[in-house]
Design a protein around this ligand. Structure first.
Ligand SMILES: Cc1cc2nc3c(=O)[nH]c(=O)nc-3n(C[C@H](O)[C@H](O)[C@H](O)COP(=O)(O)OP(=O)(O)OC[C@H]3O[C@@H](n4cnc5c(N)ncnc54)[C@H](O)[C@@H]3O)c2cc1C
Ligand SMILES: NC(=O)c1ccc[n+]([C@@H]2O[C@H](COP(=O)([O-])OP(=O)(O)OC[C@H]3O[C@@H](n4cnc5c(N)ncnc54)[C@H](O)[C@@H]3O)[C@@H](O)[C@H]2O)c1
Length: 477
């Protein structure tokens, strides 16, 4: 048995950041990792997917710009770039970073075996017992959730892992799903040379986003040659010389690979949750301090994807900074401040989660959408502006297509949601996140002058539209 102040299970971006904060506070911290230090994000998610998409998006932009003839994409060079950006699936640099930060790394599969005790099974089957004086932080993330197709093993489908690490371009790629992974991967692989067929059970893509944003991405996928089949499910699938899919409309589709991009499941099934009174295989809900509810003693934390609050690296790292502070202050017997926006409260999870889809065009959004407001019965004023009319967008690319929407709380005159869709809008998003988290009144935003000619001039156009629209569009009860 080795005794530490803090045991972190999972060294993804979130576990690394919890450990960084507790070690920086002087707590003796150990991280347990079953695969690669850096987690899903570094090797099979954010990094490799964006490394595939960046050349694809830049190439598409360059093709539309007068005076630039980029020639065809060098697919092998793109795949090599992806390999470099994923660190060659070698975690030594990240493991060394842990060491430099004074954090102990134990490799193996971690399982709770009672309050404050974690057992780690190493590659050789040996078991090491770790005891935590103050806290155990579960940061085990998610794996792909697969649909209930018979004989999945024989089908050998791709999940997000294969879609981001494949070394060859399948001539025909079928993708099941209409969410973020499906749409980003359809964008990448269609441009890299696959004929992509997107099989979506809903009547539209990206159901959680503003309709106008999903519609622009849908148009662009059509234009790029993706075969988009809405209201379609797979009823049977077999693999012989190729993959044969029977679809709900009775048609048969042949493909070389099948990507199942059908959401995520928590990695809590083999975590010993039953030893502390929790149900294995479920998400681990935690409160705003990231303490797991239903376990006495305030020693168990769930941080990042595994708590299902926001399945995003940056939001998980935000949670990690707060959880690390909470753990350190509880260890010192310092009182916690539970009020919103305090150093101990993950308030942004509720009101300002920013996300960028690296599609063509990009979608960037934070806070509420109109559908969220409608669903929760919240009164908001909705202000829309055609991004294509902004001078900076004209400069950015000829024939620019895009749209911006902000949602305002009429009582406080502050912004509660923003969505931008268009090329180059990713870097615009932080301005909206500042406006929401800072609760900046519109009266003051008039003094935040956007430079000419940039896409950010859309802020001025949105304010003018709001001022000049006699009856603002209003959603909610
Ligand atoms: C294809 C794809 C693209 C994405 N792109 C983006 C993006 O562009 N931007 C963004 O913000 N988010 C993106 N995401 C989401 C992002 O990957 C996750 O939000 C992020 O990885 C969550 O971090 P985490 O540390 O909570 O979990 P993970 O990154 O999943 O890390 C968990 C770690 O815990 C380890 N582990 C699990 N169980 C145990 C155990 N019992 N014992 C020991 N170790 C264990 C795992 O091996 C893993 O290393 C993407 C996701 C996918 C699938
Ligand atoms: N750029 C980014 O920020 C980025 C990129 C990729 C992933 N992510 C994160 O990863 C998470 C997971 O993404 P995802 O696309 O896997 O999940 P998702 O929840 O966004 O989409 C899942 C899709 O699969 C469909 N689906 C689910 N079960 C199905 C079934 N049995 N048959 C047919 N269709 C089915 C759903 O209807 C939906 O269209 C996202 O929540 C996102 O936060 C972020």
């Amino acid at each position: 048995m080795r005794i530490f102040d803090v045991v972190v299970i999972g060294a993804g971006p979130v576990g690394e950041n919890v450990a960084d904060r507790t070690a920086a506070a002087g707590l003796n911290t150990v991280v347990v990792e079953a695969e690669l230090v850096g987690g899903e994000c570094s090797y099979w998610a954010c990094e490799p997917s964006k490394a595939l998409l960046r050349p694809v998006l830049l190439h598409a932009e360059a093709r539309g710009m007068p005076g630039i003839d980029p020639g065809p994409l060098d697919v092998e060079a793109v795949l090599r770039h992806r390999d470099r950006m994923s660190g060659g699936w070698n975690d030594q640099p990240q493991a060394q970073w842990l060491e430099r930060a004074g954090i102990t790394l134990v490799r193996g599969h971690g399982r709770l075996s009672g309050p404050r005790i974690v057992e780690v099974t190493g590659a050789d089957g040996a078991i090491l017992r770790l005891s935590a004086r103050h806290a155990v932080a579960v940061c085990t993330g998610t794996r792909a959730a697969l649909p209930p197709l018979p004989d999945l093993a024989a089908l050998r489908p791709w999940t997000s892992r294969e879609a981001t690490s494949a070394t060859r371009v399948p001539p025909r790629l079928a993708i099941v799903g209409g969410g973020v992974v499906a749409v980003e991967m359809a964008t990448a692989w269609q441009a890299l040379g696959s004929q992509v067929t997107l099989l979506v059970r809903e009547s539209g893509l990206l159901p959680r986003m503003e309709r106008f944003a999903a519609d622009l991405v849908t148009d662009a996928l059509h234009a790029s040659g993706v075969d988009l089949r809405l209201d379609t499910t797979v009823t049977a699938a077999t693999r012989a010389t190729d993959i044969r899919l029977t679809l709900s409309d009775g048609q048969v589709l042949h493909a070389d690979e099948l990507l199942l991009a059908t959401g995520r499941a928590p990695r809590t099934d083999d975590l010993g949750l039953e030893t502390v009174g929790l149900r294995p295989g479920t998400w681990l809900p935690s409160d705003d301090t990231y303490t797991v509810s239903g376990v006495t003693g305030d020693w168990l934390y769930a941080v990042g994807d595994v708590n299902q609050r926001a399945l995003l690296t940056h939001q998980g790292k935000y949670q990690a900074r707060i959880a690390g502070t909470v753990i350190a202050d509880r260890a010192r017997n310092h009182p916690l401040d539970y009020s919103p926006w305090s150093r101990h409260s993950g308030t942004a999870d509720h009101v300002a989660v920013p996300q960028v889809l690296f599609t063509d065009p990009e979608i960037a959004f934070v806070g509420l959408t109109a559908a969220d407001a409608e669903r929760t019965g919240r009164d908001v004023d909705i202000v829309d502006y055609d991004l294509g009319l902004v001078a900076g967008a004209h400069q950015h690319s000829p024939g620019y297509r895009g749209h911006a929407r902000i949602l305002l709380d009429p009582a406080s005159g502050t912004i509660v949601g923003a969505t931008f869709v268009g090329r180059g809008v990713a870097e615009l998003l932080q301005s909206a996140t500042f406006a929401i988290t800072g609760e900046i009144p519109l009266d003051r935003l008039w003094h935040a002058v956007p430079p000419f000619p940039t896409i950010s001039e859309v802020w001025l156009r949105l304010l003018e539209t709001y001022r000049d629209t006699a009856v603002p569009l209003r959603s909610g009860r």
